[in-house]
Unconditional design. Structure first.
Lengths: 329, 478
């Protein structure tokens, strides 16, 4: 009797896991990531893999044959977009992210290729820049997205070429388990649960020593090197900050944090002939005209999290205006 | 430690194992049934104090003092020694504790505001979790003894009644006359009870951590910054709050009922599809039933109820509801919320006389349900808003059709659909049974594989969709 009941429980467990996995196909179906062969990014997603993400925003699509989030791979890359999950745009439909919108605006006159991948901070992107140029040979522009200023540690690591690589657990049993979407969903829930109990959201201000002169020197050293690499590839470097407009706890919609860092970034970029795009004003305009915020979705906290379709649209329009002026399109 | 925490699940598992060990034949052979019953009560008492002390061990002392007063005074009342004095002490001392911990700062601040007194520093008094609930239970015990509804009990029984962990921190407010008789018999841990209890618990968990907690994201956003949202977003937030508080509190009550059931105890239901009420009087028979029946039995009726003429009845109704509002918290918003409900109860009483008990048509019923829901939502604005000025902002923005950020929150839509489906199902079920609309738990036979698959899948959905940021139960603050 007890053995029969035990068998029933096991059977029910297996069947319900199967049912939950089917449900995940429509809610949380994320590709596994693998170490990048080219080094253009620390990792790439599983190639040509369908995905669905509904936990933050709602999106679905298919990764390209390089493992990035693009509708197509252009024959020739004129503009290479690097960055984090914000540039990657996994939370919006594939034709709504910055790269896709920019491609549409450029009407095949120039092609954009997006190699933005989650977790790739500004420092990681800069450390991968040389490999990215080698791998994709952009002809005109390299755009790097960043949502936060680098910490002193990151700057030091960049200067010493010792930026830590984002690991990919794509071998052995971990890789197999990652293919089970429901298990990944549980793992992501667990991570979010533990993260909420160890709030670790320290701003760059709190992380750094406050020696702005030294910070500026190091930033200059790093960006000078990046600009040199871009120049060697006959490209212009564009850096854009997307984390400049949000709703804070007091309800203030137009919010600017850490002004002094903006000033330093702007100054150092200008000094090195790098185009620095500050998204603060375009985002503020979006809000004042339409009451729309660039971040957040219908299933998240208002104005928080990743860029939504409006945010991507504003960024694409802003960058397009810069390119249009330069290229006289 | 909350019901939806991992700590609680481990704690509860250990308790169940310990309690179940008394079912072992060897124990039954060597220890008398009476002794087993007593040991089990001691274990539950210790477990309840551990559960409560998890927040702050100092709170246990307060609960112990309240228990002792209830026990001692009830004994003295029963012995007929200075009955009036002991009756007075047994009711006033718990209320005094409640007043100091919950309302002291509120009254001082209100007094200072009224007389424009500045530079007064208020005391930083921590509100012990669940004090409003166990204060009422302690009073319920002594009043029942005074009324001779029950006999005075041993200290162990009184202590366990007041501190019993499934209902300790957020109710339901179990009446002494409902709970104490259950202590007279040994409540055995049985597989049948555990199967039922788990299903009720899981249902409550879904309501809390999937629906209510996910809704809290949107509700908090709007109610914390009402001045930046469009009028229809605010309306959606008010509707969302009405569902959030229902699912949060009824979810907690379900978990309490389920936990108690696993241990062999029965609690009455605390909610009964409240948003299908046709008027506010019916709403209070369906919403937080344990509180409304407590207020009716121990406040409204002693005040004279409806036995002293029309005017007095209306005054009693309003007074009961205002005090009920104040019970929720030391805030003028709760007082107004109670007042609004009190006025609505009076209006309904007048309307009932005017209608002369004529039956409503189907459309009339549907309109009554809708109107009652809208009014209850209007009252929730006062309940949820952080200040009266926020209430003003919310109402102005709604009625002036103000523009602002628009957020059609997905979880709100999902919650509305779930609520409507649930209520339609309850309605259809009642029609079938030819009875009044009632809430119910879907209890499956877990010996069948099909039921196990449904339960496991449901648990899997809860784990996958749960809101993972910490979000305490709304009623803990009361």
């Amino acid at each position: 009797m007890q053995i029969k009941m035990f068998m029933k429980i096991i059977f029910a467990g297996i069947v319900s896991f199967f049912l939950l996995s089917i449900l995940c196909l429509f809610y949380y179906n994320i590709p596994v990531h693998y170490s990048s062969e080219t080094g253009a990014t620390d990792y790439v997603w599983e190639k040509n893999k369908y995905y669905v993400r509904a936990g933050e925003g709602f999106s679905y699509g298919k990764t390209d044959s390089n493992g990035y989030n693009n509708l197509n791979i252009p024959n020739q890359v004129d503009i290479l977009l690097m960055g984090s999950s914000q540039a990657e745009g996994f939370n919006v439909l594939q034709d709504e992210n910055t790269a896709a919108r920019l491609n549409k605006l450029l009407e095949n006159k120039l092609s954009v290729y997006n190699i933005g991948v989650s977790g790739h901070t500004f420092a990681v992107c800069l450390s991968n820049l040389e490999n990215a140029i080698k791998a994709f040979k952009p002809k005109k522009y390299i755009i790097i997205e960043t949502q936060a200023f680098m910490t002193e540690t990151e700057l030091n690591n960049l200067c010493n070429n010792s930026i830590e690589e984002i690991p990919s657990s794509n071998v052995g049993i971990t890789a197999q388990l990652q293919k089970l979407d429901y298990l990944r969903l549980l793992y992501s829930q667990y991570q979010s649960y533990t993260a909420s109990r160890t709030k670790n959201n320290i701003s760059v201000k709190e992380n750094n020593s406050g020696d702005m002169k030294l910070y500026e020197e190091k930033l200059n050293q790093v960006l000078e090197k990046a600009q040199k690499l871009a120049e060697e590839a006959s490209c212009e470097l564009i850096v854009f900050m997307d984390d400049s407009l949000k709703k804070n706890e007091n309800g203030i919609v137009l919010l600017r944090q850490e002004d002094q860092y903006y000033d330093i970034y702007k100054k150092v970029c200008e000094k090195n002939n790098i185009i620095f795009v500050d998204m603060y004003n375009p985002f503020a305009e979006l809000y004042s005209l339409t009451y729309r915020l660039p971040h957040g979705f219908s299933n998240t906290r208002v104005g928080m999290g990743h860029l939504n379709k409006y945010g991507h649209e504003v960024i694409a329009n802003t960058i397009f205006e810069i390119i249009k002026e330069k290229e006289e399109i | 430690m909350t019901f939806s925490s991992i700590e609680f699940l481990i704690f509860f598992f250990i308790i169940i194992i310990i309690m179940a060990s008394f079912n072992i034949k060897f124990v039954r052979k060597n220890v008398s049934e009476e002794k087993i019953k007593k040991i089990k009560h001691y274990i539950l008492l210790v477990a309840s104090y551990i559960f409560y002390g998890w927040w702050d061990y100092r709170f246990c002392l307060l609960m112990f003092i309240m228990t002792f007063i209830a026990f001692y005074c009830a004994k003295k009342v029963e012995e007929d020694k200075n009955k009036k004095i002991y009756s007075f002490i047994s009711i006033s001392v718990p209320l005094l504790f409640l007043g100091v911990f919950k309302y002291f700062n509120f009254f001082i601040e209100s007094f200072c505001t009224l007389f424009n007194i500045t530079n007064v520093t208020s005391l930083n008094i921590i509100l012990p979790v669940g004090i409003s609930f166990y204060t009422f239970q302690s009073i319920s015990y002594t009043i029942d003894v005074i009324r001779k509804d029950i006999k005075s009990q041993s200290f162990l029984n009184v202590a366990l009644y007041i501190s019993f962990f499934p209902q300790l921190v957020a109710g339901p407010i179990v009446k002494a006359s409902d709970f104490l008789p259950q202590l007279e018999q040994e409540q055995k841990i049985s597989l049948k009870n555990i199967c039922i209890g788990i299903q009720i618990f899981v249902f409550g968990l879904f309501k809390k951590i999937v629906i209510a907690d996910n809704l809290s994201v949107f509700v908090d956003d709007v109610f914390n910054n009402p001045n930046i949202f469009s009028w229809y977003t605010i309306i959606l937030a008010v509707i969302s709050y009405s569902i959030q508080i229902y699912f949060d509190f009824s979810g907690y009550s379900d978990m309490a009922v389920g936990t108690a059931k696993c241990l062999g105890y029965d609690f009455k239901k605390n909610f009964d599809v409240p948003y299908l009420s046709r008027n506010v009087s019916e709403f209070w028979k369906r919403w937080h039933i344990s509180l409304s029946s407590w207020l009716q039995q121990y406040l409204y009726i002693p005040l004279g109820g409806n036995r002293r003429g029309k005017v007095r009845t209306y005054i009693n109704l309003i007074l009961t509801m205002v005090l009920g509002g104040l019970w929720h918290g030391a805030n003028i918003n709760f007082v107004i919320w109670g007042l609004l409900h009190g006025v609505a109860l009076c209006v309904h009483k007048i309307y009932k006389k005017f209608r002369n008990n004529k039956k409503e048509s189907k459309i009339g019923n549907a309109l009554s349900i809708f109107a009652t829901y809208v009014y209850v939502c209007f009252c929730w604005i006062f309940f949820r808003a952080t200040s009266l000025s926020d209430v003003g902002t919310i109402l102005t923005r709604i009625f002036m059709f103000e523009k602002g950020i628009t957020q059609i929150f997905s979880w709100s839509i999902i919650a509305i659909i779930i609520l409507i489906i649930g209520e339609i199902y309850a309605h259809v079920k009642s029609k079938k049974n030819n009875s009044t609309v009632e809430g119910f738990y879907v209890i499956m036979d877990l010996t069948k594989a099909k039921s196990l698959i449904i339960l496991f899948t449901f648990i899997g959905i809860i784990l996958g969709l749960a809101y993972t940021n910490s979000n305490p139960f709304i009623y803990f603050q009361f």
